[in-house]
Ligand binder design. Structure first.
Ligand SMILES: [Zn+2]
Length: 428
């Protein structure tokens, strides 16, 4: 149950060690006899952004990994493991986190470190929310207040990391308890069977992300025992890679994924340009030649612009993309309806196709126009004839049938909705 917390904590720890030797967070205040000047300094910018982005999950009240939620679970469900002494210690850390090292009072209002962190997060660093932005307007431009605010923002993030370490130690202790083991202990691996190659004898040490973790998936995960390590490490990771590198996905990933599987800021490389995320609200695009120049730039008012960029990538391989999508589809069947069904013979052709690229005689439909959004949706129907899927990755829409019959064909609606059909049948 603390799986997501622990996985994320490891990413944050790596980002934190990435800050080592790259300077420190500091606030310098100088007084020249008449005026005060202040400057907030941070270590290496890229390393700092990475750390702050990852820490956000622990510090954002609406995130499932928000510190207070994890702490509430520990207190609520494992009270026996949480002594009074620990409670006092953790509550003191929360108190220190919220207040910060020093108080700031502006126009009679006491501003805690927590308030400053949240308002800067919502109004500037992570988002552009009206209320927070209006509140900040003017304030952050003041000679001392601005740097002071930013210093509190970074200090709050660092204090949040100290708290995360304490919670991590506590989680590790709780996991050793008899109560935890009774509730969430490892199931016997004797019942392992790979949904992709049907082996029951291989090694089954890893869980499997239904769609790539690098696309931001932390939730749709098949537990150990569903996918053998050989499939996982050989075929499946290659297919995940192919999906991530598929031009449109690579492009949208930089826009919508806050951090990658390794906890780094995402980037994409095309023949004529490269792009990378340089902050929660910044993307840097570097043209490699003239074809990547910004075209049709229009001012939409209020500092918003629209423009067009043409990217050139590798040659499109529908079979490879199809295999990556079939992999997601079969994993989804196993997750929602169980391994038995996923292993049934009606998916044998899909299995062969995922592993070897052969066996499927059906078609893949892809919508050639997309309206980008930050989510992934997977929906399917288990019908008597066929298992049709709709897979929507950041607005890129695909239709497929996990079985060979019936064959997906065009109809008028699909044509009008800009779908194109690609055969997955391999011709010799
Ligand atoms: Zn396997």
């Amino acid at each position: 149950m603390f799986r997501d917390f622990k996985r994320h904590y490891h990413k944050v720890t790596e980002a934190y060690s990435g800050l080592a030797g790259k300077g420190s967070f500091s606030l310098q205040i100088n007084f020249d006899g008449n005026n005060l000047y202040a400057e907030s300094k941070i270590p290496d910018e890229e390393a700092t952004v990475r750390f702050v982005v990852l820490m956000r999950r622990f510090l954002n009240p609406s995130d499932s990994l928000y510190h207070k939620k994890t702490w509430a679970t520990l207190q609520g469900q494992f009270a026996d493991e949480v002594s009074n002494e620990i409670t006092t210690h953790v509550e003191a850390l929360f108190e220190r986190l919220s207040k910060g090292h020093f108080g700031v009072n502006i126009n009679g209002e006491d501003l805690t470190a927590e308030r400053i962190y949240q308002v800067l997060s919502e109004g500037e660093y992570f988002d552009n929310k009206d209320e927070a932005r209006r509140y900040l307007q003017g304030l952050v431009d003041m000679p001392v207040i601005g740097p002071l605010f930013w210093y509190q923002f970074y200090e709050y993030t660092l204090a949040g990391f100290a708290l995360a370490s304490t919670i991590f130690d506590l989680v590790s202790r709780v996991e050793q308890s008899a109560k935890y083991k009774a509730l969430h202990g490892e199931r016997s691996v004797a019942e392992s069977r790979c949904i992709y190659c049907l082996t029951t004898t291989g090694s089954f040490m890893s869980e499997e992300h239904i769609f790539p973790e690098s696309l931001g998936n932390d939730e749709l995960v098949l537990p150990k025992g569903h996918v053998c390590d050989r499939c996982n490490n050989e075929v499946l990771s290659g297919l995940d890679e192919a999906l991530i590198n598929f031009g449109p996905v690579a492009f949208l990933r930089v826009q919508f994924v806050p951090y990658t599987k390794e906890g780094k800021l995402p980037k994409a490389n095309f023949q004529n340009l490269s792009m990378r995320r340089t902050g929660p609200r910044n993307i840097t695009i570097i043209a490699k030649d003239k074809t990547a120049r910004i075209k049709d730039k229009k001012h939409l008012g209020d500092n918003w612009y629209s423009f067009r960029i043409d990217t050139r990538g590798r040659k499109f391989n529908p079979v490879l993309l199809g295999r990556a999508l079939y992999k997601i589809a079969l994993g989804t069947v196993a997750l929602s309806q169980g391994r038995e069904l996923a292993c049934s013979s009606k998916y044998d052709a899909a299995r062969e196709f995922i592993r070897t690229g052969q066996g499927v005689t059906n078609n893949l439909l892809m919508r050639m126009v997309s309206r980008p959004h930050p989510q992934v949706h997977i929906a399917y129907q288990d019908t008597l004839e066929g298992t049709p899927f709709v897979i929507d990755i950041y607005g890129l829409m695909f239709l497929l049938n996990l079985e060979n019959a019936p064959e997906l064909e065009f109809n008028e609606i699909l044509t009008q909705s800009d779908f194109q059909l690609f055969s997955l049948r391999v011709t010799a």
